[in-house]
Design a protein around this ligand. Structure first.
Ligand code: ATP
Ligand code: MG
Length: 230
């Protein structure tokens, strides 16, 4: 829905109706729909390349069957897992299929009618930074509140971000908020070594992610983007 247009043809597109006599504003019928659509827009959604992912398709069909079974069970019980604030965490080298597998979990949540925010971590940090640069404290708080409360936060490529004190603080605040409220997170990362990960994203953040997601699941193999013969 675009700003400046009321689908019900009632308000001026702002989502509010002004009583001219009392100067009181009351919500238009379109406001609830606006809020719902606003929620849906959080994150990038499932990126085009991953819209066709499937359990029986490559690259997932070629992965370790024990790990795929575990993730499939998680996806099958997605409502229960989201209510319990449980997540998953995938690590492995470049191009092994981590994001594809993680997207299947997010798709299961979306299909179950849940609010899901899919972000690569560098993109998420850029969005947060943009609200700072707006000079508008309320838009930062609004984004943070939504990121903290969405049913599933999918963080792709954790560890690919440039490490600064500000980044560490943002990651900690968000992960801590979700951990406190028992909200799910799905993570992919290229960083295998836990000490290296602690160094990159902070000990306290790694600790909380481990409680939410359990031990990281190894997704091993060759870089599937490069042909076997290369
Ligand atoms: N639906 C699909 N069908 C066929 N191949 C796919 C599909 N989705 C992804 N792939 C291929 O699988 C390979 C790796 O996938 P993916 O991006 O999930 O790896 P990754 O482990 O997340 O990599 P990185 O660590 O670089 O982020 C790529 O070659 C990609 O083109
Ligand atoms: Mg990936």
């Amino acid at each position: 829905m675009t700003e400046g247009y009321c689908p019900k043809g009632i308000c001026d597109g702002s989502g509010w109706l002004l009583d001219e006599e009392t100067s009181d504003a009351r919500p238009c019928e379109c406001r609830a729909q606006r809020i719902q659509e606003g929620r849906r827009r959080l994150g990038t959604g499932i990126p085009k390349r991953f819209r066709g992912v499937g359990w029986d398709r490559r690259p997932v069909v070629d992965m370790n069957p024990g790990i795929v079974r575990h993730v499939k069970d998680f996806a099958r019980k997605i409502d229960w897992n989201l209510e319990a604030g449980k997540g998953l965490w995938f690590y492995g080298d470049v191009g092994t299929g981590k994001t594809s597998l993680a997207m299947l979990v997010s798709k299961a949540a979306i299909d179950a009618g849940r609010d899901v925010a899919v972000y690569s971590v560098p993109h998420l940090l850029a969005d947060i930074k943009a609200t700072y640069e707006d000079g508008s404290g309320s838009s930062y708080l609004e984004l943070f509140r939504r990121l903290a409360s969405v049913d599933l936060l999918h963080l792709d490529d954790l560890g690919a971000e440039k490490r600064t004190e500000w980044v560490l603080e943002q990651l900690y605040s968000l992960v801590n908020e979700r951990w406190q409220n028992q909200r799910s997170i799905v993570v992919t990362t290229n960083i295998e070594d836990r000490d290296e990960l602690r160094e990159q994203i902070g000990r306290r953040t790694v600790s909380r992610l481990t409680e939410i997601c359990g031990d990281p699941l190894p997704i091993m193999g060759r870089d599937l983007r490069i042909p076997k013969s290369a």
